[in-house]
Design a protein around this ligand. Structure first.
Ligand SMILES: Nc1nc2c(ncn2[C@@H]2O[C@H](COP(=O)(O)OP(=O)(O)OP(=O)(O)O)[C@@H](O)[C@H]2O)c(=O)[nH]1
Ligand SMILES: [Mg+2]
Length: 607
C-alpha cells in the first residue's frame, strides 16, 4: 500500500488485515515494517505491506527511501510487490495524484483506493471514479477506511490485478507535467461541487498561480505595510502626546536636578520612545495572525517554495524564516524540523536577515522623520512611507536569498531538497484566537520595554551624565558614553554615521529597538529643558541628521546582527561559537558595506 502521508493507508491496512499483522523493521534501517495477511475472495491469502507515506520516488527521508526501494523491488530481503495499492485522499486529490501517477507509470499492476470519499462528500464534492479509472488506466475503488466501506470491492480488485497488468503503458512525465495532469484529472472527475468548494478551488487557482500568486502576495504585503503607517498614525500620535504630558507633569512636580532628569530624560524618554510603537506592532501582528488563521500563510509558503529552491533551500525553511519576521529566536529554534543539517545551518544563518518586529520601531521612527508622507504612483493611492517600509522588508528577504545562494555554494555546500505540503482549508479567523494572539504579542513587546529596554536606558543615562560637564560645555561630549562614542565614531564616520548613532549602536546590541530608546535619551540629555519639542524624537532627528545619514542607518539595520539573544540561541543550536561568530562577522560586514554604499550613493545623488 503506497500513497502520500495521511492518505489513510494504515487505516485501510488495518481494516483489510484485521489482527493478522506483524510488525518488524526493514533490514538495516529503523523504519517500521508492517505486514499482514489479506484473505482473497477465492480463499487464498496474500501478504499485504503498509508502506511509509511518501511524496515522490526521488524523495529524501529514510522513510521515503524505504518506500521507494520496496516499490522498485530493490530492498534485499523483501520481495518485489506483485500489486501496488495506491491510496488516495479523495478530498485532496490534486495533491495525491502527483505521486500516484509516478507510481502507476512504473508499469506494475496497480489498484487505486479512492479513500476518504466521505470527507470529499462532506466538503460538497461528488466524484466519478470511472473518470479517474479511464484517465489513470487502472481500477479505481472508492473506500472509506474508517467505516469499512468498499473493502470487498478493493479486495476483489487486488485479486484480479496481477492478471490484468497495467491497462495502457503510460508516458513518463516530469514533476511539473504530473502536477498539471493531476489538476486536470481531479477536475475532470467532479460530478457535482458545492458553491463553497468551487470557490475554494477557484481561489487556489488564482492564489497559487505561478504568476498571479507572487503578485498577489506582494500586493498583500504592501497593504499590510501601508496599514502599519496609515492606521497606526493617530494612535501613535496619541501615545506620543501622553508620554509628553507625563514628562511635563514630572517636570512640573519635581524640583530641577539629576533625579528629575533621570526620570524624564532617562526612563520616560527612553522607554516612551519605544512604547509608542505599540499600535504598529499590534497592526503588524493582526495581519500575520489573520493570514495564518485563514489558511493563506501555507499558500504563501507554497509560492515561496519555488523561490527557495532557486537559492538551494527547501520549503521546509519557510516556516522558520516566517517566524523570524516576529523574532529570529523562535525562528532559529523552529529549524529543528529541517532534516538536512546543511539546510538547517543555512536557514539559521540567514534567519536574522528576516525583518523582526524589533526593527519596526527603528524603521518607523526614521521613516516618519525623513520620508515625506506623500502619495506616489498612478492615482496617488500608494503612500511613500509604506513603500519604503516594504522596501526594507524586501531588502532583508533578498539579502537572505542571496546569502543563502552564496552559502549553499561555499560554506554549506549541498543539493536542495523539494517539499510538498498540504494546503489547509480556507477559514474565517476566530475572533477569540485573534484577540488572544494579539494580546500575547502586545504583552511581550511591553514587557521588553519595561525590563530590558528600561535597564539598558538607565545604564546609558548614567553613562551620559557622568562625569558632569563644566558649565557651558556639552554634557554628552564630557560623559563616559560620549568618550566611547567618539572613539567608535571614527570607525563609522566613513559610512555616514554621526556620534549619536555610534552611541546608539552599543546598547542596541541588547536588542534593536533599544537604538530608538538610546537616541531618545541622548537627545533628551543633550537638549535644554525648556525646549518644548525635546521629547519629540522625530524632530530631533531632523535637526541633527542628514538624509543620507538616515538612509545609511536604515540600511545598517537591515543587516546588523544587533541582538544578543539571537547570537545566544545560535550558539545553543549549533553547539559552539564557530557559527555565531561567523554570523556576527558576515552580518556586520554586510551592514557596514551596505550602509556605506547607501550613504555615498545618496550623497552622489545630491539627496
Ligand atoms: N473520514 C475518514 N477518515 C479516514 C479515512 N481513512 C483514514 N482516515 C483517517 O485519516 C487519518 C490518517 O490515516 P492513516 O491511516 O494514519 O494514514 P496513512 O496513510 O497511514 O499515513 P502515514 O502513515 O503518515 O503515511 C487517520 O486519522 C484516519 O483515521 C476515511 O476513509 N475517512
Ligand atoms: Mg501509516
Amino acid at each position: 500500500m503506497v500513497g502520500n502521508p495521511n492518505a489513510g493507508k494504515s487505516a485501510l491496512f488495518n481494516a483489510l488485515t484485521g489482527a493478522r499483522q506483524k510488525i518488524a523493521n526493514y533490514p538495516g534501517v529503523t523504519v517500521e515494517r508492517k505486514s499482514g495477511r489479506l484473505a482473497l475472495p477465492d480463499g487464498a491469502s496474500v501478504e499485504l505491506t503498509d508502506l511509509p507515506g511518501s511524496y515522490g520516488l526521488d524523495a529524501t527521508s529514510p522513510d521515503e527511501e524505504v518506500t521507494r526501494r520496496v516499490i522498485l523491488g530493490e530492498l534485499s530481503g523483501v520481495d518485489a510487490p506483485d500489486v501496488l495499492v495506491v491510496v488516495l485522499d479523495a478530498s485532496n486529490l490534486e495533491q495525491h495524484l502527483v505521486f500516484a501517477q509516478e507510481v502507476i507509470a512504473l508499469g506494475k499492476p496497480c489498484v487505486v483506493a479512492l479513500n476518504m470519499v466521505d470527507l470529499a462528500e462532506r466538503d460538497g464534492l461528488v466524484l466519478d471514479p470511472t473518470a479517474l479509472e479511464s484517465a489513470l488506466g487502472v481500477p479505481v475503488i472508492p473506500t472509506v477506511a474508517v467505516r469499512r466501506r468498499g473493502l470487498a470491492e478493493l479486495t476483489a480488485a487486488i485479486a484480479a490485478a496481477p492478471a490484468q497488468g497495467p491497462a495502457h503503458p503510460r508516458a513518463k512525465l516530469d514533476e511539473v507535467e504530473r502536477r498539471m495532469e493531476a489538476r486536470a484529472m481531479a477536475e475532470a472527475m467532479i460530478i457535482s461541487e458545492s458553491v463553497k468548494h468551487r470557490l475554494h478551488s477557484r481561489a487556489d487557482e488564482l492564489l497559487l498561480n505561478p504568476w498571479l500568486g507572487p503578485v498577489f502576495l506582494l500586493g498583500l504585503l504592501f497593504i499590510v505595510f501601508q496599514a502599519v503607517f496609515a492606521w497606526a498614525a493617530p494612535l501613535q500620535d496619541g501615545l506620543e502626546g501622553l508620554v509628553g504630558l507625563l514628562i511635563d507633569a514630572v517636570k512640573g512636580a519635581m524640583p530641577a536636578g539629576l533625579l528629575r532628569d533621570f526620570i524624564t530624560d532617562g526612563a520616560l524618554a527612553g522607554v516612551g520612545a519605544v512604547v509608542v510603537f505599540l499600535p504598529q506592532i499590534i497592526i503588524l501582528f493582526f495581519f500575520i495572525l489573520v493570514l495564518e488563521a485563514t489558511g493563506y500563510m501555507a499558500r504563501a509558503a507554497f509560492i515561496m517554495d519555488r523561490m527557495m529552491a532557486g537559492v538551494g533551500l527547501s520549503g521546509r525553511s519557510f516556516i522558520p524564516l516566517l517566524s523570524s519576521f516576529a523574532c529570529a529566536v523562535p525562528g532559529i529554534m523552529a529549524t529543528r524540523s529541517i532534516t538536512d543539517p546543511k539546510d538547517r545551518l543555512t536557514t539559521i544563518l540567514i534567519a536574522p536577515l528576516m525583518t523582526c518586529s524589533a526593527r519596526l520601531p527603528v524603521y518607523a521612527v526614521i521613516i516618519a522623520a525623513f520620508i515625506p508622507n506623500r502619495p506616489v504612483g498612478p492615482g496617488g493611492v500608494i503612500g511613500l512611507q509604506g513603500l519604503v517600509l516594504l522596501g526594507l522588508y524586501v531588502a532583508g528577504i533578498v539579502g537572505a536569498m542571496v546569502v543563502a545562494l552564496v552559502l549553499r555554494r561555499s560554506v554549506t555546500k549541498g543539493a536542495a531538497s523539494g517539499f510538498i505540503m498540504e494546503m489547509p482549508k480556507y477559514q474565517l479567523p476566530r475572533l477569540r484566537d485573534l484577540g488572544l494572539g494579539l494580546f500575547q504579542r502586545a504583552w511581550i513587546f511591553l514587557r521588553r520595554a519595561g525590563t530590558m529596554i528600561f535597564h539598558v536606558t538607565i545604564i546609558l543615562w548614567l553613562l551620559l551624565n557622568f562625569p558632569r560637564a563644566e558649565v557651558g560645555k556639552d554634557q554628552v561630549d564630557a560623559s563616559f558614553a560620549g568618550h566611547i562614542a567618539n572613539g567608535l565614531a571614527v570607525l563609522v564616520e566613513p559610512i555616514g554615521f554621526n556620534r549619536d548613532i555610534a552611541l546608539a549602536l552599543i546598547p542596541s546590541m541588547a536588542a534593536r529597538e533599544v537604538a530608538v530608546a538610546s537616541l531618545a535619551t541622548t537627545y533628551a540629555v543633550a537638549s535644554d529643558d525648556e525646549d518644548a519639542t525635546a521629547h519629540q524624537l522625530a524632530s530631533q532627528l531632523k535637526t541633527h541628521w542628514s538624509l543620507p545619514t538616515a538612509l545609511a542607518f536604515l540600511a545598517w539595520f537591515v543587516f546588523a546582527p544587533q541582538c544578543i539573544s539571537t547570537i545566544a540561541v545560535t550558539r545553543r543550536e549549533t553547539n559552539g561559537w564557530k557559527w555565531p561568530a561567523f554570523m556576527l562577522a558576515y552580518l556586520f560586514g554586510l551592514a557596514y558595506v551596505f550602509a556605506g554604499i547607501t550613504y555615498w550613493a545618496a550623497l552622489a545623488l545630491g539627496l
